[in-house]
Design a protein around this ligand. Structure first.
Ligand code: ZN
Ligand code: ZN
Length: 362
């Protein structure tokens, strides 16, 4: 079977910059589809991985990107979910064991499977141990079970970030069963946070936003937040909100005072963590805080399974919930340069809110 030729944008070392890069992907197997990528979002995790900030094994050249949308241009002979011309999305993973005896795969939580293959910089044991390459590229081959169906009336420029930023925030909101009228908070109003606010407002929750940038106040309020707190103004910002929230979602990708957020939860409240700071910049919390702020729960959440990702995508398109995006396009050299610059903008916390790379002319 013939390998697939791909063009993309890669980092060649942890210091960058991005440069155009040509590589090969595995052939389209009987259960696979080939997607011509239209758009790929830039996620903060891409930056951590590309800059090797999670102390993981380094794989360069690295083509990041796990927020992908495109059109199906080839299908394997056993494929039933897609036909040529359909639109498809790819998120953070491209495979898992799918063994009926696997506890996590059986419960539609493939992201936890010990054999899960992530979309880039991940060893793919189902394809001879090749290292996966992500969505900052013109195409991708994926098993149909791991591709998400995207309705033809979706807003394609904006749909890609749903595949990571969307599911990452949608999933804990479902897990904590947030309901209409609940007092809830979102900490960090960036790529993830502004998705969370939209889902929570849609449910009818009463949403407070915490962020370090006064400039984001207006957008947060426009999206339906009831209150915006600029935490950079005072380290005691939490004292006006003690024992108040049923649910707090932290998307903060840097060091912060976790106990402040714990103290804002009410009895039985739940604090969900989805932000992933660099390893050298991890927040921590004193064990005693759990006792002095009793009967509150803290848990982490990582994307969502394929079934829930499909539910999230259908729900988002139906309810017109999309990220705010800034499109990167131009010649391959210009795009490479703009991705490199976008990374710096995101790290500086200046972004409003998701960069999306236009891959259609690559
Ligand atoms: Zn992501
Ligand atoms: Zn499994």
């Amino acid at each position: 079977m013939e390998k697939i030729k791909s063009k993309g944008y890669a980092m060649f070392s942890k210091d960058g910059p991005f440069r155009p890069y040509e590589f090969e992907r595995h052939a389209v197997g009987d259960n696979d589809i080939l997607i011509k990528i239209m758009y790929a979002g830039i996620c903060h995790s891409d930056i951590h991985q590309a800059r090797s900030e999670w102390n993981e094994k380094e794989h360069y050249p690295m083509v990041p990107g796990h927020e992908i949308v495109g059109q199906v241009i080839q299908v394997g002979k056993n494929v039933t979910k897609f036909k040529v011309g359909d639109y498809a999305g790819v998120g953070c993973m491209v495979n898992s064991c799918k063994d009926p005896n696997c506890e996590t795969c059986r419960h539609n939580r493939e992201q936890e499977c010990v054999d899960a293959v992530f979309t880039y910089a991940s060893k793919d044991k189902f394809h001879g141990g090749e290292i996966t390459q992500g969505g900052y590229s013109n195409n991708i081959v994926i098993s149909e079970e791991f591709a998400i169906k995207v309705p033809a009336d979706a807003d394609f420029e904006k749909v890609a970030p749903l595949l990571c930023a969307g599911i990452t925030t949608y999933s804990p909101i479902q897990f904590s069963k947030v309901r209409k009228g609940d007092k809830v908070a979102v900490a960090g109003f960036g790529g993830l946070g502004h998705m969370a606010v939209q889902y929570l407002v849609r449910i009818g929750a009463d949403v407070t936003v915490f962020d370090v940038s006064e400039e984001k106040r207006e957008v947060a309020m426009k999206m339906g937040a009831k209150e915006f707190v600029d935490v950079s103004k005072s380290p005691n910002f939490y004292k006006d909100h003690l024992n108040e929230f049923y649910f707090i979602l932290s998307t903060i990708p840097a060091k912060y005072d976790m106990s402040a957020y714990l103290r804002m939860l009410k009895f039985g409240g739940e604090f969900a963590i989805v932000g992933l700071p660099a390893t050298k910049n991890l927040p921590s919390i004193s064990l005693n805080s759990f006792v002095f702020t009793p009967n509150r729960k803290i848990y982490g959440s990582m994307i969502g399974g394929i079934k829930e990702t499909q539910e999230m995508l259908d729900y988002s398109v139906e309810n017109n919930i999309y990220p705010k995006v800034k499109i990167i396009k131009g010649t391959p050299d210009e795009v490479a340069k703009q991705i490199t610059e976008a990374y710096n903008t995101i790290v500086n916390g200046e972004v409003q809110f998701r960069f999306v790379i236009d891959m259609r002319n690559l």
